[in-house]
Write a protein that binds this ligand. Structure first.
Ligand code: OOG
Ligand code: NI
Length: 469
């Protein structure tokens, strides 16, 4: 097959996701094992569950689906990342503040770049969780360290002018001609490759004492993909199979517990960060080899997106589980992760209904309405959660850090919010809830038009949902 002569944003996005995946597989061989096991889990799940397995995305979407995680240092770098992803039809969605979400020292704020239109998500949902350092936050950095960090970050170039020019062209023209697309993809992939340049040892260690994440971002002159996460249809099965292969996983699956009702939001786990060889330049200019443990292999299962009310219920449930687990641990030092899961299930059972129908009727989850095959009514379809969870993100960061670093809680934190992030990006920052609500509204309008009825009556009068789920 000859290469297409013009690549649209979604084709650039899909090609970039593949290209990063190939590169990361070479850099981190355990990732390839994770992909193999993910494919096995998904194939078995589809074989067992038939069409139901594809309720939250076709198997072809799920097989290709990845999210990446990257970390940058400055608003300038953040705005450049936005241009590179903008070329691929990926927009910034959501604001995450991880500085308070973790007991360890994680001095970053984040957003996620992803497609926002339903058709684009169906073509390829590639998303990248993107974090930036907050050197001005005194809980982590002194004024002196902030200044030296700013100097270091200000002097480096993560994304070259050629890459950015191609990105801008792609965004303006709605894609790139074949040869330019090839060059764009090569440069974009290379920008996230692990550098072999020696790392300034004293500088890296100084930052590491504050936060391993700060050292990973501000201790080296380039950036790299931190992890690339495949999606599985049964994450408990995946976890067990990875352990059976002798790969050490972190202790827990983050997010909602396994239970008998519908899966909501996001469940994630990872294999532990592996020691990767790196070279360092010592204070006397000697080049020594050592290793760093910062990159790991994450995997996730996605569920139904929750409305604001559903999300509030989720957040309250998480607090309740934490408090109950802390109390149980205080009374019994041998309290296990399995017991915590049991406790979480009990909280879930009183928080969430066990059917999709009830989740929709109580307006806890988002659903679209599609004209049914008979053409006389509508069926309800769940919307898959396309975003991230700050709590799980912090948990993943934390579980893979070799030390907690240092955080001075007596200092005032620096204010950072969604508006600040939008300013840094130089673009509109999408609110995830608005995007889901918009998907629902559009589905209602389209279905009402097809049926020739008033959209307001659709969800009640014309529903032909079969057996309740
Ligand atoms: C990002 C951690 C967050 C997720 O899936 O929640 C994340 C990072 O490690 O840079 O990727
Ligand atoms: Ni991740």
């Amino acid at each position: 097959m000859s290469a297409p002569t013009f690549l649209e944003p979604w084709q650039l996005r899909a090609a970039f996701a593949r290209s990063l995946s190939d590169m990361y597989g070479k850099e981190v061989p355990a990732y390839t094992t994770l992909l193999d096991v993910s494919h096995e889990v998904n194939a078995d799940f589809v074989a067992q569950h038939g069409a139901d397995a594809e309720r939250l995305g076709s198997i072809s979407r799920v097989t290709a689906e990845r999210h990446g995680a990257i970390r940058v240092g400055t608003p300038t770098e953040m705005a450049q990342v936005a241009r590179v992803f903008g070329a691929m039809g990926m927009q910034p969605v959501g604001f995450y503040d991880l500085r308070d979400a973790s007991s360890s020292s994680v001095p970053v704020i984040s957003t996620a770049f992803r497609p926002v239109e339903r058709a684009e998500l169906a073509r390829n949902p590639f998303r990248v969780f993107t974090s930036m350092l907050v050197p001005a936050d005194r809980r982590f950095f002194t004024a002196d360290l902030e200044q030296r960090l700013e100097n270091f970050l200000g002097a480096r170039t993560l994304f070259g002018p050629e890459l950015l020019a191609l990105a801008d062209r792609a965004e303006a023209d709605g894609g790139l001609p074949g040869d330019q697309a090839t060059e764009f993809l090569r440069l974009a992939t290379e920008a996230f490759e692990l550098s072999r340049e020696p790392v300034d040892q004293a500088w890296y260690r100084e930052l590491e004492a504050v936060s391993a994440v700060a050292a990973d971002i501000g201790g080296i002159a380039s950036t790299h993909i931190n992890h690339l996460t495949p999606r599985v249809l049964d994450i408990d099965d995946l976890y067990a199979r990875m352990e059976a292969r002798g790969i050490t996983m972190i202790d827990a699956i983050q997010g909602p517990p396994r239970w008998e009702g519908p899966d909501v939001l996001l469940r994630q786990t990872s294999f532990r960060a592996l020691a990767e060889p790196r070279t360092f330049r010592t204070a006397d200019g000697e080049i020594v080899s050592d290793s760093l443990r910062v990159r790991f292999g994450e995997v996730e299962a996605r569920g139904i997106a929750l409305t604001r009310a559903g999300r509030a219920a989720y957040d309250a449930a998480v607090v309740e589980i934490d408090e109950a687990a802390a109390a149980a641990r205080a009374g019994d030092a041998g309290f296990t992760e399995a017991q915590r899961q049991q406790l979480a299930r009990a909280v879930w059972q009183k928080t969430f209904p066990t059917t999709e129908a009830a989740l929709a009727d109580q307006e806890l989850g988002w659903f679209t309405y599609e004209v049914d095959p008979s053409g006389t009514g509508v069926v309800r379809e769940p919307i898959v959660y396309e975003d991230f969870l700050p709590r799980s993100a912090a948990g993943i960061f934390q579980s893979n850090l070799t030390s907690d670093g240092a955080k001075d809680a007596s200092q005032e934190g620096t204010d950072r919010d969604a508006d600040w992030m939008a300013g840094a990006l130089g673009r509109e920052l999408n609110d995830p809830f608005d995007l889901y609500a918009d998907q629902v509204a559009r589905s209602l309008t389209a279905a009402a038009e097809t049926l020739g009825v008033d959209p307001a009556t659709l969800t009640t009068t014309h529903r032909t949902t079969g057996a309740p789920r």
